[in-house]
Design a protein around this ligand. Structure first.
Ligand code: FMN
Length: 216
C-alpha cells in the first residue's frame, strides 16, 4: 500500500504538517509505504486552461499536459492506494498553493459529460485535513463548511470515498508576545495546544489506519 500526503501549508513543521505526519504514521502502523510532500517546495502553477486534457483523441487526454514539478507527482498518485491533502484555512478556504494543486490534480480527470465522469483509472480513498484559527462555532458562522463540503464532494466524485478532519483554534505563533494579535489569549491558545491538539493528532493517526484498511 502506498499513501502520499500533501502539505498545503508553507510551514513544514507546524499544525498541518504535524497532523499529516500523524496520519502517515497511522498508515505506516498498518504496513503502508508513506511519503509527505510539501507543496511549497515545488515549482508549479494552477491550471492554465489549455484543455489538452479534454482534447478529443489528444495525446494528453485525461492527463495534465503542463510539465513542471507536479508531473512526476501525478504519475505517483496514479500508483497510490490513498492520498491525503492538508491545508490551513486562509481567508476562508485552502491556501493558494493547495488550490493550484487541486486544479491541476483534478481537472484532467473530470469529464464535461452529463453526468460528469472520472477518468482516474481506479478508486482510491482520500482524506483532507484542515487547520484553522477559528473555533468550530466560528467555522460554522463563517460558512467554511461550504468549501470543505465542496472539496469532499469533488474528491469523492473523482477518486472515491473521502473523509475530512478539522483541527480548530490552532497554535499559530511561536511567541504570541512578539506579534500584534490581541484577539487571541496566548494562555488559552497554549492550553488548547496542550490539551486538544494531541487528540486531533490521534484522530489523524486513526484516519491513516482507516485509509489503509479501506484500500485492502
Ligand atoms: C494568510 C493567512 C490567512 C488566514 N486566514 C484564516 C481564516 O480565514 N480563518 C481561520 O480560521 N484561520 C486563518 N488563518 C490561520 C491559519 O489557518 C492557522 O493558523 C493554521 O492552523 C496554520 O496552519 P500551519 O500551522 O500548518 O501553517 C490564516 C493564516 C494566514 C497566514
Amino acid at each position: 500500500m502506498k499513501i502520499i500526503a500533501f502539505n498545503g501549508s508553507p510551514r513544514k513543521k507546524w499544525n498541518t504538517a504535524m497532523l499529516l505526519q500523524k496520519a502517515l504514521e497511522g498508515a505506516a502502523s498498518q504496513g503502508a509505504d508513506t511519503k509527505l510532500i510539501h507543496l511549497y517546495s515545488l515549482n508549479f502553477k494552477g491550471c492554465i486552461s489549455c484543455f489538452a486534457c479534454k482534447t478529443r483523441e489528444g495525446k494528453s487526454y485525461g492527463k495534465c499536459a503542463v510539465k513542471d514539478d507536479l508531473t512526476p507527482i501525478f504519475n505517483k498518485i496514479e500508483k497510490a492506494d490513498a492520498i491525503i491533502l492538508g491545508s490551513p484555512i486562509y481567508f476562508g478556504t485552502v491556501t493558494g498553493e493547495m488550490r493550484s494543486f487541486m486544479e491541476r490534480l483534478m481537472f484532467p480527470y473530470l469529464t464535461y459529460t452529463n453526468p460528469p465522469q472520472s477518468l482516474f483509472p481506479k478508486k482510491i480513498k482520500t482524506g483532507f485535513i484542515y487547520t484553522m484559527n477559528s473555533t468550530e462555532q466560528e467555522m460554522k458562522e463563517r460558512a467554511y463548511g461550504q468549501h470543505i463540503a465542496l472539496n469532499e464532494n469533488t474528491l469523492t466524485r473523482i477518486f472515491g470515498a473521502s473523509e475530512t478532519l478539522c483541527s480548530f483554534d490552532t497554535y499559530q505563533f511561536k511567541d504570541y508576545s512578539k506579534v500584534v494579535a490581541d484577539r487571541f489569549d496566548p494562555m488559552k491558545k497554549a492550553k488548547r495546544h496542550k490539551d486538544i491538539f494531541p487528540a486531533d493528532c490521534n484522530k489523524a493517526f486513526k484516519m491513516g489506519i482507516r485509509l489503509v484498511k479501506a484500500g485492502r
